[in-house]
Design a protein around this ligand. Structure first.
Ligand code: GLU
Length: 339
């Protein structure tokens, strides 16, 4: 029997989310089950991050239809840090296209820590991928704008559109990181020496440092993730931020590189593209379905939030989100209610 393309797409899609009320109680369950986890260490290489309360813990699921489910410390703001890399990358892909960005920034995992200098040397100065600092700095260098202010405005505007509200800089974090980011400045200089970035390297690092200091909540992260899940349209504001093709490219990058050198284990355990940041944020995307945002400062040795990973793994399992599953997840009744 001939199969229409539309039917193929439907068959490939592994089910729908459970009912609204079930998602609501599963988000609460994820928070309850992972709250007692005590493993991990709060980052202190950016001095002000060490002041975070290790007990802070928030979980949020934003569905592709705009429904939002929250549990825990959902109003606590923290710096977005490396999670900004995913969304700045999407903006740069939107501006320059798939091929230019793939060639200049790359897509492959380095297998080395996020701020590795050796990775640059081993790869002939190539930044490798946009989720490590070399690639992120090279990506920020490509943000549209002729001046530092124009580039900065593009980033704040773009990331705010992803979040559906105006994001602001945490000045204490920006100052603290600016005073201690010698390594990122060295990475930018090294890229310059290989001819891999065009603008002034220290100006690029300054913009990159500010983008990492943007304040978000777990809810913001979930909505930002849901925008990538929803083909580039923010499901809460209804506004298009980037194209569906850019979302697809960004999610592929996250699947390969989003959890630092633990990206393989992350994909194996959770089966979804995601990105973590050293302040304890974590965004995960279930294409076509939802974004998950979590926040909990204690990190594993690679820099991923321990409670965030546990809560996300739980939600991926109970909501049937793993993108490698070939059959719909059916432990729940099909979705009926929708307030
Ligand atoms: N601003 C941080 C840095 O470049 C981001 C690190 C991270 O979250 O992985 O060191």
């Amino acid at each position: 029997m001939d199969v229409e393309v539309g039917d193929v797409a439907q068959q490939a899609y592994t089910g729908a989310l459970p009912q609204w009320s079930e998602v609501e109680s599963l988000v609460e369950a994820a928070h309850r089950r992972c709250k007692a986890e005590t493993a991990g260490v709060v980052a202190d290489y950016i001095p002000v991050l060490a002041e975070a309360d290790p007990d802070w813990f928030a979980v949020c699921v934003a569905e592709a239809d705009g429904s939002v489910h929250t549990a825990g410390d959902i109003d606590v703001e923290f710096s977005i840090q490396s999670i900004s890399k995913a969304f700045v990358y999407a903006l740069v892909c939107e501006a320059h296209g798939h091929d230019v960005v793939a060639r200049r920034i790359g897509v492959n995992n380095t297998g080395l820590p996020f701020n590795s200098v050796i990775a640059i040397e081993l790869n002939d100065g190539h930044p490798m991928n946009p989720m490590v600092n070399a690639g992120a700095i090279a990506t920020t260098a490509l943000v549209p704008g002729d001046t530092r202010d124009e580039q900065w405005n593009s980033i704040v505007f773009g990331l705010s559109e992803f979040a559906g509200r105006t994001l602001e800089v945490d000045h204490a974090v920006y100052r603290s990181e600016s005073e201690t980011n010698q390594r990122n400045r060295a990475i930018a200089r090294l890229l310059e020496s290989y001819g891999r970035i065009d603008p002034d390297p220290l100006t690029v690092v300054d913009v990159y440092t500010r983008q990492c200091a943007l304040r978000v909540t777990a809810r913001d992260l979930a909505v930002m993730g849901a925008t990538l899940a929803h083909g580039g349209v923010n499901p809460v504001t209804g506004r298009r931020v980037v194209s569906a093709g850019v979302c697809r490219d960004t999610l592929a990058i996250l699947a390969a590189n989003g959890a630092y050198e633990r990206s393989g284990e992350w994909l194996f355990d959770i089966g979804l593209p995601g990105k973590s940041g050293v302040a304890g944020g974590l965004v995960t995307v279930a294409p076509g379905k939802a974004g998950i945002g979590t926040f909990s400062p204690p990190l594993d040795a690679a820099g991923n939030s321990v409670r965030g990973q546990r809560a996300t793994a739980y939600l991926s399992r109970v909501l049937g989100l793993n993108i490698f599953a070939s059959q719909a997840h059916t432990p729940f009744a099909q979705r009926k209610d929708h307030p």
